[in-house]
Design a protein. Sequence first.
Length: 213
Amino acid sequence: MASSLGVKVQETALFQAKMPPAQLAGEEALLKKGFMLKQGELAGPIETTKGVYAVKLKDRKPAEVPPLAQTRSAVEPKAKADKAKDLAAKKAEEALAALGKGGAGLKLQETGSFSYSDAATIPGIGVSKDAIEAAFALTTAAPLPKNAFKIGDKWVAFRLKNRSAAPADEFQKTKEDLKKQILPKKQQEALDNWLKELKAAAKIEINQQLIAD
């Protein structure tokens, strides 16, 4: 009957609510209604952004609990990976505590001297904005960060060995670069504040005679 009216009829294979077929992807209202139907029940019209639907539940299959062996084979690798991550984080914190006591027995690696950069690259370790900011906040009196850091696929604990002042020419170049970045922002902020003050101080007078005319 539907085909005689020129309506397109499609039948899907069995699917899970969270894994709809491609033609129903994103059709949340339609899927919700479909899973509320009883076998053989018809519902519609259901209007969505893709069109107007009428749906009929042809078959429903109860959810199955997979065999234990199948579940174990799927879950065990993830559980082991999660446990390994937790263990790595714990060892990194232990290493950080050991660094505070001198670092005896730890395998240490020096980064060599490096400068702060927006790229947040720490030589020999990797890229981490949080870690490089923590590193440049350290002092000889307080050489340890508050915590270890996950950088890439590894956990890292570090300690400040020494600090040295940047060369004067490099400092001047960095200073000028910062000025170029900051000055336009400050100028715009000043302009915005000035305009706000003008608006706040504005006084509007209405010529009643012009309005009456």
